[in-house]
Design a protein. Structure first.
Length: 227
């Protein structure tokens, strides 16, 4: 319903959000590597190797899906894989709009730890409630960024592309835009949507981000203070 374009919320503590843009670049690079694995069977095999799978599949056993690394590392690697260009670009758009302010609020190192931890927790929530198959995509981690934005900058103006008859840019409070996004995830869970979208991972990421940003934010960053 609302496609974010940019926000009116300048960073105050950093000269440049290196981690946010670095994560975007890494996601794009990994997807380009994925594309080198063709035909489609090789593409899927590469994605499955680094995807997250239910912990019950590897607890108590060594599957050795990534040689030389523990199976648990896939709870992070999955967040850098995407199914197609639309999947990648939509996630990176949300990270680009909201990530710089959360990196500013937490600091470079804490933000990177925050992002990866949101990815892990989003995957665990997904498997706790919808333990089917394997999971890829940055959606859970990016949802964590959005959850933190709701807690730290709910009043910041976000310019979104809103369409009634024709698409128009519209400035609205972040809480409205992100609140509609969260409500959409809940709606599709309630109706039992059969699409491959990981709704539980999105909600798990939002809640994780909203809670983690409170103790991780830098001193002086107020809750619900962004305008």
């Amino acid at each position: 319903m609302f496609l974010p374009l940019h926000d009116k919320n300048p960073i105050r503590h950093l000269s440049f959000p290196y981690v946010t843009y670095g994560l975007i670049a890494l996601n794009v690079l990994v997807f380009l590597v994925q594309l080198t694995h063709q035909p489609e069977a090789q593409f899927n095999e590469f994605a499955i190797t680094f995807s997250a799978i239910p912990p019950t599949a590897w607890l108590g056993a060594v599957i050795d899906r990534i040689p030389g690394l523990p199976d648990e590392v896939t709870l992070v690697t999955y967040a850098f894989l995407h199914a197609d260009w639309l999947h990648l670009l939509s996630n990176m758009l949300f990270l680009w709009v909201f990530g710089d302010n959360i990196e500013d609020a937490l600091g470079h190192v804490k933000f990177l730890a925050f992002y990866l931890l949101c990815a892990v927790l989003a995957a665990l929530v997904y498997f706790a409630f919808a333990a089917n198959g394997w999971l890829i995509g940055a959606s859970g981690a990016v949802a964590g960024v959005m959850g933190a934005y709701i807690v730290l900058y709910p009043h910041a103006r976000v310019y979104v592309l809103f369409r009634l008859v024709i698409p128009i840019p519209l400035p609205i409070p972040a809480l409205w835009m992100l609140g509609v996004w969260v409500a959409t995830q809940v709606f599709y869970l309630v109706i039992g949507d059969a699409s491959p979208v990981a709704w539980w991972a999105h909600l798990g990421g939002v809640v994780a981000g909203a809670l983690l940003c409170i103790p991780m934010r830098r001193q002086g960053v107020q809750l619900f203070g962004g305008r």
